[in-house]
Ligand binder design. Structure first.
Ligand SMILES: Nc1nc2c(ncn2[C@@H]2O[C@H](COP(=O)(O)OP(=O)(O)OP(=O)(O)O)[C@@H](O)[C@H]2O)c(=O)[nH]1
Ligand SMILES: [Mg+2]
Length: 237
């Protein structure tokens, strides 16, 4: 049976980036004989991201999950994962929609899953275009994840990932507390504690091409709180 691959793309005002990203993903699928589709989870973006997706859905296998308002990256992924399990997808990807994650790496993630890894994460070996401030935030997130939460995995906060279906089926998605970027840490903590094996793909990360970052102070505070809960073993309370 052919293996089904899906890229879940959370979007909030990413119209310009999506116009470039989507054709590129399908090019990579075609060149590598990957049977894949895309699910865009859009939070009613004022820039008309959803309209763009609808207008190209006649040409590409792409679906749109429309939500009424901005509810956070983690919450977008949870909805996207639930839909993907329902649709019987075998390998489910997380990818930012702002062209930071180059689709050229998709086949390497697929290969690692087929080699036996359950979760594969894109480790940023090099970051192009970030300010010192942005680097510090990322470094801080990884420091907290490793030392406070105690998850000894490289680049815990990376948002370029692939999950084998069974990982998402066995993690109780309803119990996930994080709504924002802490979601990345919480997902890894849960996969790690269930004993799933984690593989790495080295990537070059590019700063977003267009549009604005959605990284808020609130989401940094949430990240810290979630790390603390992991440390205290309170994730399921
Ligand atoms: N649906 C949805 N998508 C979101 C939300 N917040 C962020 N995203 C998307 O999640 C992805 C990552 O968000 P970014 O703002 O690029 O955050 P980041 O990559 O951590 O930070 P930067 O390096 O500053 O770009 C992008 O595709 C965003 O459009 C949200 O509340 N809802
Ligand atoms: Mg980004």
């Amino acid at each position: 049976m052919t293996q089904k691959v899906r890229i879940v793309l959370p979007t909030y005002n990413e119209r310009e980036n999506l116009g470039i990203l989507i054709p590129r993903i399908f090019e990579v699928f075609d060149e590598n004989n990957i049977h894949g589709d895309i699910l865009v989870v859009d939070d009613n973006s004022p820039d008309g991201t959803a309209d763009l997706v609808e207008s190209i859905s006649n040409y590409y296998p792409i679906r749109l999950l429309k939500r009424d308002k901005k509810m956070g990256l983690g919450s977008a992924y949870i909805d996207g994962f639930e839909k993907s399990i329902e649709d019987g997808v075998d390998i489910i990807f997380e990818m930012d929609s702002d062209l930071s994650h180059d689709p050229k790496y998709i086949p390497e993630f697929v290969k690692k899953i087929n080699d036996g890894f359950d979760v594969v994460i894109g480790v940023r070996e090099k970051v192009v275009g970030w300010s010192l401030y942005r680097k510090l935030i990322s470094w801080g997130g990884n420091f907290i994840g490793r030392n406070l939460a105690g998850i000894k995995i490289d680049d815990l906060t990376t948002g370029y990932r692939a999950y084998r279906k069974k990982v998402l089926e066995s993690i109780d998605l309803k119990k996930i507390k994080s709504r924002g970027y802490a979601f990345q840490l919480e997902m890894l903590a849960r996969a790690y504690s269930e004993g799933f094996n984690i593989g790495y793909v080295p990537i070059i990360f590019y700063d977003r091409k267009k549009g604005k970052s959605k990284l808020s102070r609130w989401s940094m505070l949430e990240f810290f709180t979630v790390a603390f809960k992991i440390r205290m073993g309170l994730l399921n309370d």
